[in-house]
Design a protein around this ligand. Structure first.
Ligand code: AMP
Ligand code: FES
Ligand code: ZN
Length: 305
């Protein structure tokens, strides 16, 4: 039996798996994320959430390849890659791999230090850039990530604590494609971290249980703890916080012109959308002591509008 307090119910295995599939299908339909004819790319970290959403999408008949980025975080990255590869081969699915040290000449621990950035900030910038480039260059209709309810509620909590209105305006389960950026979707927003761990165990999916060693003590994890305390006192609080924001508050925040792709040019090094001559990612590569790989062609110059 799986006990879900916020839904006030107990599930047997079969019903729990069906519940997860239904929640994902409902989210995809409600937010008009994508359809069964679309080609999807799911970013997989080797963790429970991204492997679970890859499995759920394959199971429900979507056309979906995987993307794994090796970030060079020692043993942690090595094992995550093994889990991602082994899932892909067990499902005969295609996995695209990008190896940051091999292709860009830096890893997250060393690169962040050299660039004087917090590891998670260098990591976030790197991942966003590589995910976008892989999705646009591969001609995918949407980029899918494994962000779950706990992730989204914690990000919302952080953005609200600081009233970061520009970020609040972008915090939606689906973002449309804009010039040089792919459509982005988070179909797990109705499911929690705990539910995703249970899903993987019940489906026999092996995943990396350890958290990233660079993330220990970061603010985001602190927000998750606060929300878990609230959830323990009143089950459903997390979902209420997030979905009531989407329903009642999100529309009051708008993306300003400065943050909009319409006002962006192209990075002279990699072709990605950029507000200056060189994009933030290429500046990071340079400061981290790496170099850009030679690209034969890039479709990022405004092709995904
Ligand atoms: P995180 O930023 O670690 O919370 O991860 C959020 C989502 O980003 C995950 O659910 C994955 O979809 C994706 N992701 C994180 N790390 C990687 C990685 N190394 N390679 C590919 N996708 C990743
Ligand atoms: Fe990026 Fe940990 S996964 S710093
Ligand atoms: Zn660039």
């Amino acid at each position: 039996m799986i006990d879900l307090r916020r839904h006030n119910s107990n599930f047997c295995v079969e019903h729990f798996l069906r519940f997860c599939r239904d929640q994902v299908e409902r989210t995809i339909a409600e937010f008009e994320m994508f359809s069964k004819t679309d080609r999807l790319l799911v970013a997989v970290s080797g963790g429970k959430d991204s492997l679970a959403i890859w499995d759920l999408l394959l199971e429900t008949g979507y056309r979906v390849d995987g993307l794994y980025v090796g970030l060079g975080i020692g043993e942690y990255s090595e094992s995550s890659g093994v889990y991602a590869r082994s899932f892909a081969s067990s499902r005969s699915a295609t996995l695209i791999e990008v190896d940051l040290p091999g292709e860009y000449g830096y890893d997250i621990p060393g690169g962040a230090k050299a660039a004087r950035r917090a590891p998670c900030s260098a990591c976030g910038l790197t991942k966003r850039h590589l995910f976008d480039a892989a999705a646009v260059d591969g001609g995918y209709d949407a980029l899918v990530t494994g962000h779950n309810l706990d992730d989204e509620a914690a990000v919302l909590f952080g953005n609200t604590m600081k009233w970061q209105t520009e970020y609040l305006a972008r915090q939606a389960p689906v973002l449309e494609a804009r010039a040089g950026f792919p459509r982005k979707a988070k179909p797990l927003v109705r499911l929690s971290e705990r539910e995703m761990a249970a899903y993987c165990i019940l489906r026999g999916i092996d995943y990396i249980v350890d958290e990233c060693p660079m993330a220990a003590g970061n603010r985001h994890l602190g927000y998750k703890e606060v929300l878990n305390d609230l959830e323990a006192r009143s089950p459903g609080a997390k979902a209420d916080f997030y979905f009531n924001f989407l329903r009642s508050a999100a529309r009051h925040f708008t993306i300003s012109d400065t943050g909009d792709a319409a006002g962006l040019g192209h990075c002279e090094r990699c072709g990605a959308p950029a507000s200056g001559e060189v994009c933030a990612f290429c500046r990071l590569v340079e400061r981290a002591g790496g170099s850009q790989p030679v690209r034969l062609s890039s479709t990022r110059r405004g092709s995904a509008a």
